[in-house]
Design a protein around this ligand. Structure first.
Ligand code: NAD
Ligand code: UDP
Length: 312
């Protein structure tokens, strides 16, 4: 098949491309390189099945493909909040453009949505049937409301035009190829511990997140795309940790002498998050296989190499 991956030079997109290329598909990687990186896909540059397109999805584009994996959107709060209007445009105009493309060529459309559609949840863990608790005027809303409208658009194209759609709600995912300055918690703590600077805990660290290793997530993507289910599906690892526990784990692993530094909690930071993965288990036969300790080992090794290269 010929498959378009928007945001393909980013963290998740590049891992997805690796799997699609290994399966023998023709892959079109589309990216504007806002948070993406050529390094992530460099190993495919000379492969005849791989094509790179520098393009911003807020502008229309005509391409002939069989499937679209739509991932383009900055995912880290630091990046999506640095130009919030652009984030909204990417989610609204960009998603309309990619849905329009899929409709024109009758391609199956896969939306990378997020656990952020549940906002600061008052139902725990979060099943797909939960409608969420989202502040539509806060600093996170460019992203979480942006993703909610992206879901709305996806289901309107499904109902109005019969488009084949798949929607994944991704919970916090980590692994190699996150940017050292990404701003998300796992990469921040690892990079800080490796550099010997204090680990920055926002608030008192009692808020929770559930961390999924990237290879597990991508396996869930492929299974969902191949399935017959158009309703949203949570993909994430239900292992739930407080941010303080995560900091201590990484501190012990890398540098027990590293300091922990408490900083103000950002506005609307969700207090708890854990996926209910009953749907993924029943519909896709999917569940995570990589324990946090093992995934952290691989991620720490990656950043150790990467930071050495930078300082060399
Ligand atoms: P990332 O920032 O590494 O990747 C996003 C990619 O999209 C980058 O390569 C970036 O350059 C590209 N991009 C951004 N705006 C674009 C535009 N207007 N036009 C073209 N390309 C554009 O983030 P990621 O972690 O790989 O996330 C990928 C997708 O998964 C995003 O849609 C994100 O919302 C979703 N997601 C990720 C997580 C996670 O934990 N990693 C959690 C929930 C949802
Ligand atoms: N966080 C933190 N220190 C950091 C980065 C993040 O304590 O250096 C916290 C952040 O406030 C949030 C959690 O870690 O409570 C997860 O943050 P991240 O940005 O990784 O993801 P999200 O908030 O989007 O789930």
């Amino acid at each position: 098949m010929r498959i378009l991956v928007t945001g393909g030079a980013g963290f998740l997109g590049s891992h997805l491309i690796d799997r699609l290329m290994e399966q023998g598909h023709e892959v079109l990687c589309l990216d504007n390189f806002y948070t993406g990186n050529k390094q992530n896909i460099l190993h495919w540059f000379n492969h005849p099945n791989f094509e790179l397109i520098r393009h911003d999805i807020t502008e229309p584009i005509r391409l002939e493909v069989d499937q679209v994996y739509h991932l383009a959107c900055p995912a880290s709060p630091v990046h999506y909040q640095s130009n919030p209007i652009k984030t909204v445009k990417t989610n609204v105009l960009g998603t309309i453009n990619m849905l329009g493309l899929a409709k024109r060529v009758k391609a199956r459309f896969f939306l990378a949505s997020t656990s952020e559609v549940y906002g600061d949840p008052d139902v725990h863990p979060q099943p797909e049937s939960y409608w969420g608790n989202v502040n539509c005027t806060g600093i996170r809303s460019c992203y979480d409301e942006g993703k909610r409208i992206a879901e709305t658009l996806t289901y309107d194209y499904h109902r109005q035009h019969g488009l084949e759609v798949r929607v994944v709600r991704i919970f916090n995912t980590y692994g190699p190829r996150m940017l050292p300055n990404d701003g998300r918690v796992v990469s921040n703590f690892i990079v800080q511990a490796l550099r010997g600077t204090p680990l920055t805990i926002y608030g008192d660290g009692s808020q929770t997140r559930s961390f999924c290793y990237v290879s597990d997530l991508v396996e869930g993507f492929l299974r969902l795309m191949a399935s017959d289910h158009h309703e949203p599906v949570n993909i994430g690892n239900p292992g739930e940790y407080t941010i303080l526990e995560l900091a201590q784990k990484i501190q012990q692993r890398i540098n027990p002498d590293a300091q922990l530094k408490f900083e103000p909690l950002p506005q609307d930071d969700p207090k708890q998050r854990q996926p209910d993965i009953t749907r993924a288990k029943n519909w896709l036969g999917w569940e995570p296989t990589v324990a946090l300790d093992d995934g952290l080992t691989k991620t720490i090794d990656y950043f150790r190499d990467r930071l050495q290269l930078v300082s060399a």
